[in-house]
Design a protein around this ligand. Structure first.
Ligand code: FES
Ligand code: FES
Length: 176
C-alpha cells in the first residue's frame, strides 16, 4: 500500500505517494521529476545520488523515502537557494567551474552536495579517518579533502579539479 509523504525539496513543499520500498532517489527522480540527483550504481558505492537531508549529506539511493517524511531535502539544483548562494549559484558551483572540477558532469551533482556537506562537517569539528589531532579543529589539507570526498567517485577522473574546488571554497570562507 502506498504511503503519502511530505518532503520539502529545494525549498518547495511537495506531497508524494510512494510504495514503502521506494528509495528517496527514486521518489525524487521518478515521482517528483527532480533529476538533479543522479543514479549511478544504486548500491551506495558511487555517491552520484548524494543530497542534503536536513543539512546532512546522505546517499539517497540507500535511504527509504518513508523514513524521511517531513524532511528538508536539498539537491545540487537547490544549493542555489541556500543563504550563502548568490546570483543563482552556490560558491561550490562557482568553484567547480573555476577549477575545472568536472568533465561529463554525471557525478557532479553528488560531488557538489557532498562538498557542501563535508565543509559543514568540518565546521562542526568532525574528524575524518586521516585527521591526526582529534582534539583540535581539523585543517583542510589535500589529504583531508580527498578522504572526506572519497565516497564520491568520478569516472572521468576529475579529482584534481574537485579537490582544488573544495580547497577554493574553504579558503574563500576563511577570508570572508
Ligand atoms: S547511486 Fe547512490 S551511491 Fe551510487
Ligand atoms: S565528471 Fe564525469 S563522472 Fe565525474
Amino acid at each position: 500500500m502506498d504511503h503519502e509523504l511530505t518532503l520539502r525539496v529545494d525549498g518547495t513543499t511537495r506531497r508524494v505517494l510512494v510504495d514503502p520500498r521506494t528509495s528517496l532517489l527514486d521518489a525524487l527522480r521518478q515521482r517528483l521529476g527532480n533529476t538533479s540527483p543522479k543514479k549511478g550504481c544504486d548500491h551506495g558505492q558511487c555517491g552520484a545520488c548524494t543530497v542534503l537531508v536536513d543539512g546532512t549529506r546522505v546517499l539517497s539511493c540507500l535511504t527509504l523515502a518513508v523514513t524521511r517524511d517531513g524532511a528538508d531535502v536539498v539537491t545540487a539544483d537547490g544549493l542555489a537557494g541556500l543563504p550563502d548562494a548568490s546570483a543563482g549559484e552556490h560558491p561550490v558551483h562557482r568553484a567547480f567551474v573555476a577549477e575545472d572540477g568536472f568533465q561529463c558532469g554525471f557525478c557532479t551533482p553528488g560531488q557538489v552536495c557532498s562538498a557542501v556537506g563535508m565543509l559543514d562537517e568540518l565546521d562542526r569539528g568532525r574528524p575524518s579517518a586521516v585527521t591526526g589531532d582529534l582534539t583540535g579543529t581539523p585543517e583542510l589539507d589535500d589529504a583531508e579533502i580527498a578522504e572526506r570526498m572519497s565516497g564520491n567517485l568520478c569516472r572521468c577522473g576529475a579529482y584534481p579539479g574537485i579537490r582544488a574546488a573544495v580547497a577554493r571554497v574553504a579558503h574563500e570562507r576563511e577570508g570572508a
